[in-house]
Ligand binder design. Sequence first.
Ligand SMILES: Cc1ncc(COP(=O)(O)O)c(C=O)c1O
Length: 442
Amino acid sequence: MTDASTAGLGFATRQLHAGIELDGAHRPRATPIYLTAGFVFDDFDQGHARFAGTDDGFSYTRVGNPTNAATERRIADLEGGIDALLVGSGQAAVVTTVLALVAAGDHIVSASSIYEGSRELLRDDLARLGVTTTFVAAQNDAAAWEAAIRPETKALFAESIPNPKNEVLDIATIAGVAHRHGLPLIVDNTLGTPYLVRPIEHGADIVVHSASKFLAGHGTVLGGVIVDGGTFAWDAAPDRFPQLAVERGLDGRTVVERAGRAAFLEHARHIALRFGPVPSPLNAFLILQGIETLSLRVQRQSATALRIARWLEEQPGVAAVDYSGLDSSPYRDLAARYLPDGQGSVFAVTLEGGTEAARTFTDALRLFTRMTHLGDVRSLVLHPATTTHVQREREELAAAGIGPGLLRLSIGLEEPDDLIADLDRALAAVAAADILTRAGIA
Ligand SMILES: Cc1ncc(COP(=O)(O)O)c(C=O)c1O
């Protein structure tokens, strides 16, 4: 296969072949890393044509680069979108998406279960620019989303599988709310991955990722991506999105008139080239290469996560395990509907004994890496209450069910028995510490 004609092919085939264009004199099979700031104009007129948009060749890497473009095409294909934009991090993907949709005075409605960095961005930084956000605590309660929408609302935002508690989003229900109000739904699918769930198939309009996680997969690079489903009618109420449907460019056309279904992504590209969160082509290559094994990694990670979650649930000293693949999970039915091929590798285990138990457990682990990251080939452990969620008030933590004994696990590709042995050792260390404390020795 030499091009992007992957229609009808399975996921594992497309993760290897989608988006690749074999061209050039040397015909390399792997996508070359075009580590160059810019591209040569053959003559005076070509330079003008590239700037005028009448020649779609590359000019400058902040505007576009062949390695980055191959990665974008592949991710768009896997997510079922019409186009994608690669940026320097997941944070850059979220902020670029929001900036493409809002102006001062506008409003966003978001699930409060989102990644803490995105939450702070919406709550603090965008609020300072006059864009406010209402957070919805019950992420699958349509009435709560409805009640939060205002005339100046421009988008709804949620994650397909928020961490640490693996609470599956009812994408179709929230997309229904958004569309009843003429609004797009943005879904952060970092933990879902396009292998497990493709939010656009369930009604989402825009998908974002931290490509630093499962897509790249090996904990080596940061990256982010925005995928446009091409489904939203941006000109249905033109005054709601004037930057897309009313304002005219030098050619006299609106973005919708120029780019049609891809209007949002065209505009997001414009925002990104102005603000400049461009990824290195080297990073784009590493993300592209990571994607080539995405299904294999996520399948195995999900299967191991389920096995470990079931095992943990049976252990003394464990107060709760939050994983939607478990029969005990309140998200079991949503997982069956949205995540039939696996529920991901990130979940929470709550130990009896609070922070002290969490500390003893974490420090006793030898294989699990203590690290603020997820979706890596290696297994990772983190204590949200004192790290990612440390800015949250005690009541907020309690409302989110993130107690002092809760640990986030991100399951990697190690031998499952070795991971269980490591967790067993850590639970034994907690039990031993508790015995010593009660005996007044420690
Ligand atoms: C769900 C989610 N979205 C976005 C981000 C931000 O991504 P990045 O760290 O690549 O900026 C993260 C990071 O942990 C995340 O977990």
